[in-house]
Design a protein around this ligand. Structure first.
Ligand code: PLP
Length: 395
């Protein structure tokens, strides 16, 4: 663990951890906009390069602003180490490069972010790492797909866009019984709503681009876990290959973490109220939100997450035509696939994020032509409902 007062609550950690004030006495964290650092003499340079003395060398290795973000997020996730990356995807890539080798096998949940599937199926495959896919909510399916070569179980929970949940504790037990690691992409919940390491996961991945920033300003990512795997093995990949976070981005994410708990609760409260309203709309045939009592994993959500989160999906009766009508009738919601922003966004998964899948693949994944996903922002709920209501009330 890092040397901080870990009894602090999450809200305090998000505001107070990681900033070592400089002699200037600044109150807000400074941005160290420097590519390299100066040594007092040749012996100090040699000692730092040899790793005998801790300290900054070069910003591809480490930078004080980035370090502050890493320490803050590690504390919030309850991990020993965190490394910040240039994007969420480079966090996943660096984790695989740092912890796997040729001939290893991954079992992943099926409904994961499209670029993650591409990374596994196209690029890791080229280097002799194969991936098999299991049903997120069916532990027997995971067990069946594990082979003697499996080294990593990878799960994104809740899933996108159907907001299904995987049981992190059960998957961690399974992974450890089979000698594997459990890696959880915690992008949708953030540590404010779900702490996978406490539930037994080994590694947590983030796309900081989403809720950690919260205002759509920067692209970044992070890997959190133990000192050996993350602080040495994953860090080694980043130090060598270089997809590290810039100090400017780290500063934005530091500021984002200060309000994360408050924002996540507000996103979740708005999403719950939107989901409840959608259930009563005549044109809406189904609402996917784990906060609703009839969601198949409502109880798991209550046990595993502090609250159900900010993403709601729903299906309209008249397929694509009506789904597009709802989107085109909005005047406030942003038509974009991004999520985790103070601004609410709306997406038609079948023709955007999942448009590259075949019709059969989409049907198997449960993504209908009438499905819409709303990443519920922080505007007044009455205004969000009003904007969505326009398209639901007919052409
Ligand atoms: C669940 C999830 N993981 C990872 C990523 C990739 O993150 P980034 O876009 O920061 O590379 C995304 C991006 O949307 C995502 O939704």
């Amino acid at each position: 663990m890092n040397d901080y007062e870990h009894e602090w609550e999450l809200e305090t950690l998000g505001i107070r951890i990681g900033h070592r004030r400089t002699p200037e006495g600044e109150h807000s964290e400074p941005i160290f906009a420097t590519s390299s650092f100066v040594f007092h003499n040749a012996a100090e340079a040699a000692a730092r390069f040899a790793g005998d003395v801790e300290g900054n060398i070069y910003s591809r290795f480490t930078n004080p602003t980035v370090r502050a973000f890493e320490e803050r997020l590690a504390a919030m996730e309850g991990g020993e180490s965190c490394v910040a990356t240039a994007s969420g995807m480079s966090a996943i890539l660096a984790t695989c490069m740092g912890l796997l080798e040729q001939g290893d096998h991954i079992v992943s949940s099926r409904s994961i972010f499209g670029s993650t599937t591409m990374l596994f199926n196209k690029y890791l495959k080229r280097f002799g790492i194969d991936t098999d896919y299991a049903d997120l909510s069916n532990p027997a399916d995971w067990e069946r797909r594990i082979t003697p070569k499996t080294r990593m179980l990878f799960v994104e929970t809740p899933s996108n866009p159907l907001i299904e949940l995987g049981d992190i504790r059960a998957l961690a037990d399974l992974a450890h019984a089979k000698g594997c690691l459990l890696v959880v992409d915690n992008c949708f919940c953030t540590p404010a709503l779900q702490r996978p390491l406490e539930l037994g996961a080994d590694i947590v991945i983030h796309s900081a681009t989403k809720y950690l920033d919260g205002q759509g300003r920067a692209v970044g990512g992070a890997v959190v876990g133990d000192r050996k795997r993350v602080g040495e093995d994953v860090f080694g990949v980043l130090r060598t290959a270089g997809p590290t976070m810039s100090p400017f981005s780290a500063w934005i994410f530091l500021k984002g973490l200060e309000t994360l708990s408050l924002r996540m609760q507000a996103h979740s409260d708005n999403a719950r109220r939107l989901a409840e309203w959608l259930v009563g709309q005549p044109d809406v045939v189904r609402v996917h939100y784990p906060g609703l009592i009839d969601h198949p994993q409502h109880l798991l959500c209550e046990m595993q997450q502090k609250s159900p989160g900010g993403i709601v999906s729903f299906e309209v009766a008249r397929g694509r035509e009506q789904a597009w009508q709802v989107i085109d009738a909005t005047r406030m919601l942003s038509i974009t696939a991004n999520l985790g922003d103070a601004k609410s966004t709306i997406t038609h998964p079948a023709t955007t994020t999942h448009g590259r899948l075949s019709v059969e693949e989409r049907e198997a994944a449960g993504i209908s032509e009438g499905l819409l996903r709303v990443a519920v922002g922080l505007e007044a709920i009455a205004d969000i409902r009003h904007d969505l209501g326009r398209g639901l009330q007919g052409p």
